[in-house]
Structures are given as C-alpha cells and as structure tokens.
Design a protein around this ligand. Structure first.
Ligand code: ZN
Length: 72
C-alpha cells in the first residue's frame, strides 16, 4: 500500500484524470469498493506489469478509473 503522499503524487501525474480514458477522478475515492457508485473511483495501474519486472512503486504507477482498470 502507498502512503497518502504517494497516492497524491500518483494522482497528480495525470492532473487527476484516468490515464486510459481521461475521466476525472476524485482523490478520496482511491481504493473505492462501491461498484454502484463508480464515478471518480480509481486505483493505481502499473505502467510496467509486475510480471515483467515492473516495480511496485509510485514511479511505476498511474491513476486509472475502476471501469478502465477492471474492464480492459
Ligand atoms: Zn478510465
């Protein structure tokens, strides 16, 4: 898990938007679990997948909305 500072760092990389679809995200909805209220909900996406040597660090992550991250 990331500290709040790291979460904000990742969140600001895309100016608070999903890096797949560009939808606006809400900082407080990081790690959101309510699938009936997905607007603005997001999690981190690994730029380089862990299986390919990507590291589990903020530098290797971008924000992705739940829809894009789960459904792609
Ligand atoms: Zn998205």
């Amino acid at each position: 898990m990331f500290t709040n500072n790291k979460i904000k760092e990742i969140f600001s990389k895309t100016k608070e938007h999903c890096h797949f679809c560009g939808d606006p995200l809400i900082l407080e909805k990081y790690g959101w679990k309510d699938l009936d209220d997905l607007d603005g909900a997001w999690e981190t996406d690994h730029i380089i997948q862990k299986g390919k040597g990507g590291r589990k660090e903020a530098e290797n992550c971008l924000p992705a909305c739940l829809r894009s991250n789960r459904l792609r």
